[in-house]
Design a protein around this ligand. Sequence first.
Ligand SMILES: [Zn+2]
Length: 79
Amino acid sequence: MDLTITNFVLFALLGAAGLVLVCTVVSRTLHGRAERRSLANRVICRLCLHAFEDASHVGTINCPMCCAANEKGRSKGLD
Ligand SMILES: [Zn+2]
């Protein structure tokens, strides 16, 4: 088959569109995963409603603002 300039431009456009699509999907997947992970570590104080993150696996965490003990919500099925 001979590659004309029209075919070349068409393939280049399709390739660019496909690349953008793949990049979008990968970016959204990574972003969603990071967001879900940070949400799993988020604790909102029941007393002062201060939101903070805690990556430890202990059951109760003391609020850094008012020192009240907060129970951490359990995440199901994740790590
Ligand atoms: Zn608090």
